[in-house]
Design a protein around this ligand. Structure first.
Ligand code: SF4
Length: 230
């Protein structure tokens, strides 16, 4: 069901008051098998999968944009979730393998033109991942930084013509950690080694206490977003 922007705006006001698990349940109820969860297996994503599988009647559709340059810890966590949670996990890979990307664009494109690299390895695959769906669920939170301060619990995704649901939008870091710990949700061990936000291995570094949580992404470039949520 493709929703009109007026209806989405009404829902955003109503859902702003709901708890994240209630938003997940309402979204699954509304969109049925026409909704999918985007997961990079960061802290937000593991919490969302845990919530969704706890309220869903059957397996949940989850996709991961596998850039083929993720951390070994991320791949291990992905396998663990695949084996122990009721999810149908799709690993969506770029059109070009790494070898093909090097052939066409040269070595280490991420170090020279990360926008182009993200376009090839994340943005284009996202479009394919969302084909056939009416809505997707993301782990966007306002506390993640200035670029995310205007996110709503539910909002139109004009680029793909879909509805985007952000159940954790109001949660602080502390609330997210409290949920993950209380529910004993498996999480990426890199979070405890200074990585609040975990992306590709070449574009993520640990941050110091008090630093912007997203400062560890694309260090040395003005870039702060991969383009998935722009
Ligand atoms: S995060 Fe880095 S390696 Fe990953 S797709 Fe973007 S530029 Fe390429």
């Amino acid at each position: 069901m493709i929703l009109e922007s007026g209806r989405i705006a009404e829902m955003a006001t109503l859902w702003e008051e709901l708890e994240p698990r209630e938003i997940v349940a309402a979204a699954l109820d509304l969109f049925g098998d026409r909704i999918t969860i985007a997961s990079s297996f960061g802290l937000e994503d593991v919490a969302l999968i845990h919530m969704a599988t706890s309220v869903a009647k059957g397996p949940i559709d989850v996709f991961c944009l596998d850039t083929e340059v993720l951390f070994p810890e991320t791949y291990a966590l992905m396998n663990r979730f695949s084996e122990s949670y009721a999810i149908r996990l799709r690993r969506v890979v770029p059109e070009f393998s790494l070898a093909q990307q090097i052939e066409r664009y040269g070595e280490e494109l991420w170090a020279r033109d990360p926008d182009q690299c993200c376009k090839l390895r994340k943005v284009e695959p996202l479009g394919r991942a969302l084909q056939g769906y009416d809505a997707w669920v993301t782990g966007l939170r306002r506390a993640q930084g200035p670029t995310r301060q205007n996110a709503k619990a539910v909002e139109p995704d004009a680029r793909h013509g879909l509805t985007k649901v952000n159940p954790l939008v109001r949660w602080s870091d502390e609330q997210l950690w409290a949920y993950v710990r209380a529910e004993e949700v498996p999480y990426n061990p890199l979070h405890e080694r200074g990585y609040p936000s975990i992306g590709c291995i070449h574009c993520t570094r640990a941050v110091s206490p008090g630093e912007d949580p997203r400062a560890g992404r694309w260090a040395g470039f003005a870039k702060t977003e991969c383009g998935l949520h722009l």
